[in-house]
Design a protein around this ligand. Sequence first.
Ligand SMILES: Cc1ncc(COP(=O)(O)O)c(C=O)c1O
Length: 386
Amino acid sequence: MPLGKAVRHHWLLEDDVVFLNHGSFGACPKPVLDVQSHWRHRLELDPVRFMTRELPAQLPVARQALSSFLNCDPDDLVLVQNATTGANAVLRSLAAQFKPGDELLTTSQAYTATHQTLDYVANLTGAVVVQAYVPFPIDDPQQVVDALVSKITPRTKFCAVDHVTSLTGVVFPVENIIPIFKERNIPIMIDGAHAPGHVHVDITALDADFYAGNCHKWLYAPKGSGILWVSKKYQDQIHATVISCEPGSDFQTKFSWTGSVDPSGWFSIAAGIDFMKSLGVEAIRKHANDLILGARQKITSALGTSYGAPPEMLANLCTILLPVEGPVSPKYSPILHDRLYDEYNIQVPAMAPDGKACIRFSANAYNEASEYDTLLAALQEILQNK
Ligand SMILES: Cc1ncc(COP(=O)(O)O)c(C=O)c1O
């Protein structure tokens, strides 16, 4: 099946916008939104019946569909609002065990919410946050492994690592990182906010202790479709970020009623998976990866800059350096983003890892090569005029 423009009508995305930021919030296709509307409609037909009967009946159905896609036991998986909520549940639960001087490890490229939650827990407990510096540009996935290993000490009591980073769009070698922490009995959480749908995720094979993620970015689910997987070993220690109204201490019950929520997004996850399968999971990934690799080659050679990461660390997101001297100001990202959007109708984030001027573009089923030419032309104009 042809992808690109031929399938763009499945999305509500505005025609005149070059949409190269699937990464930040995903983009939900119309057939999936229709399924969500169906559930919202059912809810309002009789909210009491829905919340007391249909919700408990449908939750396991949603978890089953997702666990088949991610290859895990549905009993170990709970639905939350987003990856941030999932990661908060883990860290704030484990805080009870951290002592002054314990070290909580992460990388310099972790997502802001992870840094802030680690800081919060460290302030609460006297633990300290340790950052393993991961460079950008990066040449080899082993650099991530080495950076983390160099920071492990007898005091390391937790590690949080991104599966795909927000800052640089790079895929970390989590399959090589996890065993290092498991061998040392250090709890390890993978932040998979960008992973399900984007890269192949086999939770059982990964065998981490915790996996927080999103279905609303790359799995085409509506917003508010987050997941948290917890290994059986830790389930009795983990509580929901918002304590459940439902009495009971088993893992599923603790996450079953964290206040009244609209569950229509969760109930549309299966439709997101089906939609992805209808276009071809591997076909989408290949289409997008081809676009990414082609675009970065064209843009970097035209601008005279370097790649940022080797191809094996790239899936459907890519960050490249721009030819701008020295560290940029904190205003660089919003200013460049706004210029590209307001003057050229291009939706793409500007990033600044280590103060280096970069741009991060994504590719998805609905994108095609000419859109990256538009991005290049806009960047050339902006850079010429500064
Ligand atoms: C690596 C990473 N972790 C966590 C998040 C947070 O996702 P959410 O806002 O859906 O919780 C993001 C969002 O972009 C992310 O890139």
